[in-house]
Design a protein around this ligand. Structure first.
Ligand SMILES: Cc1cc2nc3c(=O)[nH]c(=O)nc-3n(C[C@H](O)[C@H](O)[C@H](O)COP(=O)(O)OP(=O)(O)OC[C@H]3O[C@@H](n4cnc5c(N)ncnc54)[C@H](O)[C@@H]3O)c2cc1C
Length: 472
């Protein structure tokens, strides 16, 4: 393992988004969420209106015409939601900042399953309707539609792609797959969405029968494809070319953890904040094409970056073997566990295990007066960053409480040393003003779910809980 010098520490330069502008960016993000949600609902309303004005409701009066009509509305709404899904996962910076990737992935999952169910309903009802409402004739009609109508063979391939993506995303199936395999299969969704478009254009009168409709659909398709090309592909390529990140040092932190220090060009122009994460590919590492998400474990100072990685599998395990000078390719920064989410002067940070990494960076990057920032650090192994946290305590008045020991019960997020009757009682006795704080939480998902349960129980409003889960 290469163990070389850490780059000389640059003086910490807290970014200007601190206490003075508290809540400004959080309010802007809330407005963005409202606009994005409204745009989606208005799009659904618009296509429903087109369906109504095209006789959609009156057609429901007849059996066969009713089935065809249902096929039209389900097709239209599923097409809107399919495109919305693509945009949700296109890493559009304004959406990433407003929602955070965890929340976008959650919404994407709901929208994805809904659009898929609507697509299946569309397929069944439209074919059944075209078969004059006769179930017996439906298979023949389906065959006729697929082989004789323009774009329908492509639509069939699109359906196959989307079925594969959805089946592998059902929780039970997903658990049996490695993240990388699931992710690779998931990329077929793009193919599915792309292959579905021709049949909409060539056979779907609802898509092309007026200028307004053509403008709407073309804009939506271009926006979805453009978002992917610009933000999912173009921006990372440009950022990597511009900054040329390289490993400057690999430092063991004990217990299978290593910190990787990186330098690059013009890092002061990289728009990243403490608490955020990138997905990383290290050139030369075995399996280097597979990306892993890691949070910054130190506040960015415009000259270097640092991540701290726990060995849990092939990718993370190979991190200790990185050599100085290796090229790092990143996507990001992502995540809302950052000063931009903050609305309160007082903050509480709760982390478990390696989940302390973004909180360690936040403790450095946030502005606060002595005593205003409190860290609860749950650990069953040797704690990380002890010296650095102590230094922040002495220099800036950060309060750090360790919560050591094994978990005291399966439904507890606390260690065995705590003797309060419930976790909620413990939390509110340690932090009586918890409901008045912004709370940043990071750790494995089952653990963060327990923490969030008690934060809600303690009266912390939903929009003051900022969460990063280390898992997918
Ligand atoms: C937003 C975020 C920030 C993270 N920050 C850190 C950090 O600062 N330090 C740290 O040690 N760990 C962090 N993790 C966890 C880290 O990404 C995984 O431990 C790592 O990717 C495991 O990869 P592997 O190839 O070693 O293991 P594998 O054997 O491939 O995977 C082990 C487990 O890691 C998770 N995982 C693997 N790849 C990914 C991926 N691309 N996205 C999400 N989860 C994945 C899965 O749950 C998987 O079951 C973070 C995770 C997320 C989602």
């Amino acid at each position: 393992m290469a163990l070389t010098q850490i780059p000389a520490p640059a003086p910490a330069t807290p970014r200007p988004h601190g206490v003075r502008r508290l809540g400004v960016r959080a309010r802007r993000d809330a407005a963005t969420r409202l606009v994005a949600g409204s745009a989606l609902w208005l799009s659904l309303l618009l296509v429903t209106w087109w369906w109504v004005s095209g006789g959609g409701i009156s057609d429901l009066g007849g059996w066969a015409s009713g089935l065809t009509s249902l096929g039209r509305i389900t097709g239209l709404t599923s097409a809107v939601l399919l495109l919305a899904q693509v945009v949700l996962m296109a890493r559009v910076p304004v959406l990433e900042r407003a929602f955070g990737q965890d929340e976008l992935a959650r919404v994407h999952r709901i929208v994805g399953f809904t659009s898929f169910n609507l697509m299946l309903a569309h397929l069944v009802t439209i074919t059944w309707g075209y078969a004059g409402g006769s179930l017996g004739s439906t298979p023949r009609t389906l065959w006729d539609l697929v082989v004789n109508y323009p774009g329908m063979l492509l639509a069939t391939a699109a359906t196959a792609c989307l079925v594969m993506v959805v089946v592998t995303s059902i929780k039970a199936a997903r658990r049996t797959l490695r993240y990388e395999s699931w992710h690779l299969l998931h990329l077929y969704a793009y193919l599915g969405v792309g292959l579905a478009i021709p049949h909409q254009l060539w056979t779907g009168a609802d898509f092309t029968s007026s200028t307004g409709r053509q403008v709407f659909w073309w804009s939506a398709w271009i926006a979805a494809a453009g978002s992917v090309l610009v933000w999912r592909v173009g921006l990372p390529v440009w950022r990597n070319l511009r900054h040329g990140l390289r490993v400057a040092a690999v430092v063991p932190e004990g217990d299978g953890l290593v910190s990787v220090h990186l330098t690059g060009r013009a890092l002061h122009r990289l728009p990243v904040e403490a608490g955020q994460f990138f997905t990383w590919r290290f050139h030369g590492r075995p399996g280097w094409t597979r990306a892993n998400p890691y949070s910054l474990s130190a506040a960015p100072d415009g000259k270097s970056l640092r991540i701290t990685v726990q060995d849990v599998g092939d990718g993370s395990g190979a991190t200790a073997g990185l050599t100085v000078g290796s090229r790092a390719l990143v996507e990001g920064p992502y995540g809302r566990l950052s000063p931009r989410a903050r609305t309160r002067r007082k903050v509480l940070m709760i982390g478990a295990g390696v989940g302390i990494t973004p909180l360690r960076a936040l403790a450095e990057g946030l502005e606060y007066a002595p005593g205003e920032a409190l860290v609860l650090y749950r650990t069953s192994a040797t704690p990380l960053f002890v010296e650095e946290l102590n230094e922040l305590s002495q220099r800036r008045g950060l309060v750090v409480w360790g919560l050591p020991g094994r978990r005291r019960a399966p439904d507890s997020w606390l260690g065995s040393g705590v003797d309060a009757p419930t976790d909620l009682v413990a939390l509110t006795s340690w932090v009586p003003d918890v409901a008045d704080r912004d709370v940043f939480v990071c750790g494995p998902r089952p653990w963060t779910e327990l923490v969030v349960r008690d934060l809600r129980g303690a009266g912390v409003p939903e929009h003051h809980i900022h969460l990063e889960n280390f898992g997918w």
